[in-house]
Design a protein around this ligand. Sequence first.
Ligand code: NAP
Length: 253
Amino acid sequence: MARTALVTGGNRGIGQQVAHVLATDGWDVLIGARDKQKGAAAATRLRKDTGGRVRAIELDVTSDESVATAARVLRDGAIKIDALVNNAGVYGVARGPDGVKRTIETNFFGPLRVTLGLLPLLRDGATITNVTSGLGALENLDAAHARLLADPQLEREALVAEMRAFADGSGKGWGTDAYGVSKAALNALTRVFARELAPRGIRVNATCPGWVRTDMGGRGAPRSVEQGAASVLFGVTATATGGVFRDGRPIAP
Ligand code: NAP
């Protein structure tokens, strides 16, 4: 039986390439896209390029309603997910409180919302891959917040409260910008979910693609989209849980 993967932000960039590789390898692939037309166009492209089974699903990771609707559509189609790749992300959105909010909403609350919303559809033994960034390394944060996120006892509720306060506030005081904070918090969330979901055999890891030539990374980035996607894909079949990886090797969170 073919395995099923869902990749958020799968309509371009690293997400699209992750979907390409999985479809080529025989997975049933669902690409989440916030724009229905862009999703449908990407799915058509991927089917043509890979000869595989790729479908689009409308999914805006910043919207509870969108995630709930997607979950309902999947449930009605009796679809079970073997691999969830939380790839959708934003970088360098407009400065100021709105930019901070959007960055945290997309990069931190997005994976949280999608994971919780789709959890009933995930098979026991599934994997969750959160796409992170080296910019989220704890060494970029001020000491107090680095300690907070590194605390092995950190609970999900406390982490969520910290991120809510950061997003609602000025987005200052953590020693780095909202993007770095969003990914540092995503690494911590990865560890928390790994612990919470261990009883179901679900492995949760964060994988960093490196600096990649996409719309986000820009043309001057040193790594190809294929290299970035390969680094992310490690999480899909990883046997470890709760770690942060680049190119299949653990990196400091
Ligand atoms: P990208 O080319 O800008 O693509 C981003 C993708 O995320 C697009 O499909 C975009 O959809 C989607 N997205 C954004 N907001 C969304 C939302 N609210 N709901 C659903 N989808 C949304 O970026 P990329 O370089 O492929 O980056 C993918 C991931 O890798 C991100 O998490 C990023 O932080 C991480 N990363 C990238 C680099 C790099 O150098 N490129 C480095 C480290 C980490 P639309 O087309 O609708 O905008």
